[in-house]
Design a protein around this ligand. Structure first.
Ligand SMILES: [Zn+2]
Length: 146
């Protein structure tokens, strides 16, 4: 759902940036409890990531929008999510559910943001898997500097 309004992340940073993106990917949930989702099937995932910070870089960016797209779309588009090392068919905490996909996207993005001199923070990841289902992941406050 591009151009929609997303839930707000609470924070005290001066700047907030949001990037919408989408990618097409297949997955399956390797558990009998997942019902038909045990079968390989595909989704067009709609993702919104929220980045916040008090400092801009020497180009006037909190973070380059294109960099965020590259991190997520560049890695997952037209792939089978179960094939990625981030996910693990043997570990239920790492099955590629919408929840785990959202958390994984957070970790991928924050890892890259930690390399930037202005130290922006990813404060929210919104992942829509179907027109009627989405997940919001927000890191716990104790892991943030605010
Ligand atoms: Zn699915």
């Amino acid at each position: 759902m591009l151009q929609q309004i997303y839930p707000q992340a609470q924070h005290d940073y001066q700047y907030e940036l949001n990037k919408d993106m989408q990618f097409a990917a297949a997955h399956y949930i390797p558990s009998e409890k997942a019902g038909v989702c045990q079968q390989v099937h595909g989704h067009t995932y709609f993702v919104n990531v929220t980045i916040a910070g008090d400092e801009l870089d020497d180009t006037g960016f909190l973070v380059n929008f294109a960099k965020l797209k590259k991190i997520v779309h560049g890695k997952f588009d037209h792939t089978l999510l179960n094939d990625h090392a981030s996910f693990d068919d043997q570990n239920p905490e790492k099955f590629p559910t919408t929840e785990v996909v959202a958390k994984t996207i957070y970790e991928m993005i924050q890892k890259e943001l930690d390399e930037l001199p202005n130290k922006p923070k990813c404060v929210q990841v919104f992942v829509r898997e179907t027109p009627t289902s989405y997940v919001v992941f927000r890191p716990k406050k104790e892991k943030k500097s605010w």
